[in-house]
Structure formats: structure tokens, C-alpha cells
Design a protein around this ligand. Structure first.
Ligand code: ATP
Ligand code: MG
Length: 584
């Protein structure tokens, strides 16, 4: 328990440190939290004064004066409260704006393995919902709690100095209030945790089903999915209703306790006035004090929960920010073109450190040559690209570019000299033009068009409604496979890479598009080192060398003619099969 508390303080301190760029606002909020307490208590104190010193003594001009002072205090309190609310919320919003940027920045720097093992929904939740919850630590949690606690202390102080007997009478109900508050706080906390869990489930469910809606509809699975959704929805509603139930019970209970307090006070206070132990002013001011005492106590339980939820969320966000799931980037080579020789030297690699996907793989590509990689599905072809691009690091062996280990290159530089067309082309929401020049606004429209013309994609892009400004929907859903592929080719070419890597899509496309794509590929691979993971014979034939991969091992390596010579060779077999298909 001790440890847990200490840890929470460390966490709280870390949250507070987020406000470092906003020191002025932070101190202003802290100062306001302190000032607000005495100002709030001053008003009932003045009312008491008015009754005892002026009304009873029939001092009419004095009464006017003190009424003015009370009004002035009221105005002052309103202004301070406005400033307090605005500044604490401004602070919270500023902090989470920065935090969102650093969380997203951190996510973009994480290695591919993180994305392999983390559902998309989780990263989204961290960046949006969890960060949002941290806002409440500033806007509703920290300062407001301090302000409330100080108000309670100030009210108690004034109550005791006014009449300690009356105060003690009022406080007799306190144990009930504390017990009720404690029970409420625990119950609400657990139901809020349930609410959060259920909303996460619902988010994850919806995101996946909407993305895969086609499959749901193709397999007529709407009803089953509907039932699953209904059950998640039911539990979510129930969790919310439970939380509401506790509020519905707690608030009337507090009302009853505070009414009891008031009743006790008046019963005893009235006798006190008669016996001259208590002034009438005090008796009038006390209900006001009680109101000021009970309100923050009632709110405190709620605010502590808010604070706690903010802390839980911040813990998750910090854990993400602390995660060092990054590929070590210690290389020093940060500029210069590559001449483009690539060498794999006894490379072995496993995604999970156990099941090796590549085994002792060695091969070499000379500058400006083209290597085609063929092999059955799952043989490790795409994995080779993942290593070359440093999405993952191989466990054994070394990969060399221009004779230097790829670890000697800064990752940013390495990737800027390689262009990769992935097997599953991904397009972002935005125009065709934006999709082509992705990382670089300095690439002109003309350069994009020139690149498109060069590989023969210009005509098709022009035909789209709006041409280069055609809005591609999320994931490129409104374009065909072949069209997406061509756009990604232009994307690769426009950066004029030294090494081009192309993972051909497996799906078949119509003969017309096929010939356009074939032409594009030929253009792409001239004058630079190229690695093509090929599924089509037409693509393979242009390569200087062909590598046949089987279960992560090199089986055959050589030119088209050389490989055809091998008796019972894999490539020969493959060639005959595809050739026959083509003839039929
Ligand atoms: N991110 C990953 N995490 C774990 N295992 C993976 C991952 N990606 C691929 N694998 C495994 O590595 C092996 C090789 O996959 P790879 O994608 O390299 O095959 P491929 O030769 O490109 O196949 P295809 O022709 O179907 O594209 C497969 O057995 C696959 O299950
Ligand atoms: Mg692949």
C-alpha cells in the first residue's frame, strides 16, 4: 500500500511536469486556488457581521456600507472563479495538445514489431481518449481539489472561531458523511472502470467490423454480428446505469445528512441565542457556512475519482511514451547517393526469435542490376524487404549496401535512398497528387506528371475525375488494384531512389493493365539497382538474376537461361507451369 501511494505521487509529479512550458498559467491557477478559499468564506462572515454589528444596532448607514462590501466581495469572487475555471481548463487543453503531438510522434518512431502486436484501436485510444482524460487532472482534478480542501479548512476555521460549540454540533454528522462518501467513491470508481472497459470493447468491435464490412455482408453474418453488438451494448449501458445509480443514491443521502446537521445546529443554536452563548448573526451565518462545507465535500469524492481516472490514463500514455520499441539508429552515414550494390551475408531471421523465416541466406546484387525473387507463398520473400529497409533487424549475419553494413546508415537516410512498392499498396485519404509526393511538399506537380508520363501512368490518372486532384478515399477504396499499383509506382519513381524494391501484388489483373504495369516496371528498373519479388513470368525474364527461395533458403540463383538448364529445377518447373497457362 505504501509503495502504491508513493508510486502515485511519482506519477502525479510527472503529470504536473507536463505543465512546465506553461509555468505562468500553472502558478496563476495555484495562486487562485489559494485566494479563492478566504474570499469565499468572507461573504457569510460579513453577513454575520452585518446582523450582529449593524442590524441589531440600527446603524442604517453602516448597513449600506457593509452591504456594498458584501456585494464587492461577491463580484470579486465571481471574477476570481471565472479566471480559475478558464486558466485551469486552458492549462489542461494546452498540456494535452502537446501530449497528443508527442504521443503520435512517438508512435511514428516505433518499430514494426510494435504494430504487429498492438491492435490499431489501442494506439488510437492512447492518442485520443487517454490523453483527453489527462486533461481532467488539470481542469477538474488537481487545482479544484486543492481549492476545495482549502475552502473546507477556511470554513472550519471561521466556524470554530465564531462558535466552537455550534461547530461541534454541526460536525456530529460528519462520520456518516465520510462513510457515505467513501462507499460512493469506491462504487463509482469500479463502475467507471467497467464503463471504460466496455467502451473500449465497443470501439474495437466497431472498428474491425466496419473495416471488414464486405466480409460480414458476403457471408451473411449480419445477424450474428448484430447479436454480438447488442450484447456489448447491453453491458455498456448497464455499466453506465450502475454508475448513475450510485449518484442517484449518494446525492440525496448527503442532502439528508446536511439537513440533519442544520437541524441539530438550529435546535441547539436557538437555545444558545436565548442563553446568550451564540449571537444571532452567527446563527444566521452558520447555515451559509454549512452549505459551503458540504458542497465541496460532496464534490470531492467525484473529483478524486476524476483525478484517479486521469492518473490511470496517464500511466498508460506514459508507458507508451517510455516504450523503447525502436530499431537502434546509431549509423553515421547521413548523406550521399548510393552506388547500389546489395549483399546478404549468411542472414538468418525470425520474427519471434524462435521460428526462423530466413536461414543462412547469402546473395549479391551488383549496382544497376535487377534481381528477381521467386518462391512459394510464405517462403520469406517479403521478409527480405523488411530486413533491407530495417523494419526488423536480422538475428544473424549481415546485410551490406555499397560494402557497408546497413546499420552504419542513418535509418532516415537509408530509407530516403530506397524506394519500396509494397505488396499491399496503401493509399491515404487525399488527392492522387498528395499520395504520390507523400513526404515531400517540394516535389512539384510537373515533376509528378513527368514521372507518371515516364512509366505510362499519366493517361490513366488523367482519366480519373479531377485527374491528379482526384480524391482517393481512405485506403484507396475507390480505386482498382491495378490503379493503386500504378500510383504507388509513380510514388516510388518520383523520389529517384538508388535502389528500387518492388513486391508485386499476387492478384491477377487484366491483360491491358498488365501490359501498362509491365511497361512501368521496365522503366522503373532501368538505371538503378532493383529487387523485384515477381509473380509474373514477364517480369522475371527481364531480370539479370533470379533467386528461387524455398522456406527461407536459397535454392537456385542465376539468369533465366541458367536456371532453365537445371534438370528438375524449381524454376524450370515454375516456368513450364506458367508457360502452359499462358498458352492455354
Ligand atoms: N509480421 C510478422 N510476424 C510474424 N511472422 C510473420 C510476419 N510476417 C510474415 N511472417 C511469417 O514469415 C513467413 C514469411 O513471410 P513472407 O511475408 O516473407 O512470405 P512471402 O514469401 O512474401 O509470401 P507471399 O508470396 O504470400 O507474399 C511466413 O511464414 C509468415 O507467416
Ligand atoms: Mg509477400
Amino acid at each position: 500500500m505504501q509503495d502504491k501511494n508513493r508510486f502515485d505521487l511519482v506519477l502525479l509529479w510527472r503529470i504536473v511536469k507536463l505543465a512546465r512550458p506553461y509555468k505562468k498559467a500553472f502558478y496563476a491557477a495555484a495562486a487562485l486556488a489559494v485566494i479563492l478559499a478566504p474570499v469565499a468564506v468572507a461573504r457569510p462572515r460579513l453577513v454575520q457581521e452585518m446582523v450582529d454589528e449593524y442590524i441589531f444596532k440600527n446603524d442604517v448607514p453602516g448597513m449600506g456600507k457593509i452591504a456594498l462590501v458584501i456585494f464587492g466581495v461577491l463580484v470579486l469572487e465571481s471574477i476570481l472563479r471565472y479566471l480559475f475555471i478558464y486558466i485551469t481548463n486552458w492549462l489542461g487543453q494546452s498540456v494535452i495538445r502537446d501530449l497528443r503531438v508527442s504521443v503520435f510522434g512517438h508512435i511514428t518512431s516505433l518499430r514494426t514489431r510494435y504494430f504487429d502486436t498492438t491492435p490499431i484501436g489501442t494506439s488510437t485510444t492512447r492518442t485520443i481518449n487517454d490523453v483527453e482524460t489527462i486533461n481532467t487532472v488539470f481542469s477538474q482534478g488537481g487545482f479544484t481539489i486543492i481549492a476545495d480542501l482549502l475552502t473546507i479548512i477556511a470554513v472550519l476555521f471561521v466556524m470554530f472561531t465564531t462558535s466552537w460549540q455550534l461547530t461541534l454540533i454541526c460536525l456530529t454528522t460528519m462520520p456518516f458523511l465520510i462513510a457515505a462518501t467513501y462507499i460512493f467513491k469506491e462504487k463509482v470508481k469500479s463502475s467507471f472502470q467497467r464503463v471504460r472497459k466496455e467502451i473500449q470493447r465497443m470501439n474495437a468491435f466497431l472498428q474491425e467490423r466496419i473495416t471488414g464490412m464486405k466480409v460480414v455482408q458476403i457471408f451473411n453474418a449480419e445477424e450474428q454480428e448484430m447479436n454480438k453488438f447488442k450484447s456489448i451494448n447491453r453491458e455498456y449501458t448497464q455499466a453506465n446505469l450502475d454508475a448513475i445509480l450510485y449518484y442517484a443514491i449518494f446525492f440525496p443521502v448527503v442532502e439528508i445528512i446536511s439537513a440533519a446537521s442544520l437541524g441539530l445546529m438550529i435546535w441547539w443554536g436557538a437555545r444558545g441565542v436565548i442563553d446568550n452563548v451564540v449571537t444571532l448573526g452567527a446563527l444566521i451565518a452558520f447555515p451559509l457556512y454549512l452549505g459551503m462545507l458540504f458542497r465541496p465535500i460532496r464534490m470531492l469524492a467525484d473529483k478524486f475519482n476524476t483525478l484517479q481516472m486521469g492518473m490511470v490514463a496517464s500511466e498508460r500514455v506514459f508507458r507508451l511514451l517510455d516504450s523503447e520499441e525502436k530499431i537502434p539508429d546509431k549509423g553515421s552515414i547521413s548523406e550521399g547517393k548510393l552506388s547500389g550494390s546489395v549483399k546478404f551475408d549468411n542472414v538468418s531471421f525470425a520474427y519471434n526469435d524462435v521460428d526462423y523465416v530466413l536461414n543462412n541466406l547469402s546473395f549479391e546484387i551488383k549496382p544497376n542490376q535487377t534481381l528477381a525473387i521467386v518462391g512459394s507463398t510464405g517462403s520469406g520473400k517479403s521478409t527480405i524487404i523488411n530486413l533491407l529497409n530495417r523494419f526488423y533487424d536480422a538475428q544473424k549475419g549481415e546485410i551490406l549496401i555499397d560494402g557497408k553494413s546497413i546499420k552504419d546508415f542513418q535509418i532516415h537516410h537509408l530509407r530516403s535512398r530506397l524506394a519500396i512498392v509494397l505488396q499491399d499498396v496503401f493509399l491515404f485519404g487525399g488527392s492522387v497528387l498528395e499520395n504520390i509526393r507523400l513526404r515531400d511538399e517540394s516535389i512539384s506537380r510537373e515533376a509528378v506528371i513527368a514521372a507518371a508520363k515516364m512509366i505510362g501512368a499519366h493517361e490513366f490518372i488523367e482519366k480519373l475525375p479531377g485527374g491528379y486532384d482526384y480524391e482517393v478515399m481512405e485506403r484507396g477504396a475507390t480505386l482498382s488494384m491495378g490503379q493503386r499499383q500504378l500510383i504507388s509506382f509513380v510514388r516510388a519513381l518520383v523520389f529517384d531512389p538508388d535502389i528500387l524494391i518492388l513486391d508485386e501484388a499476387t492478384s491477377s489483373i487484366d491483360p491491358e493493365t498488365e501490359s501498362i504495369i509491365q511497361y512501368a516496371i521496365e522503366k522503373l528498373i532501368t538505371k538503378r539497382t532493383s529487387i523485384i519479388i515477381a509473380h509474373r513470368l514477364s517480369t522475371i525474364r527481364h531480370a539479370d538474376n533470379i533467386m528461387v527461395l524455398d522456406k527461407g533458403e536459397l535454392q537456385e540463383f542465376g539468369s533465366h537461361e541458367e536456371l532453365l538448364e537445371i534438370e528438375d529445377g524449381h524454376y524450370r518447373e515454375l516456368h513450364e507451369m506458367q508457360y502452359l497457362e499462358a498458352v492455354e
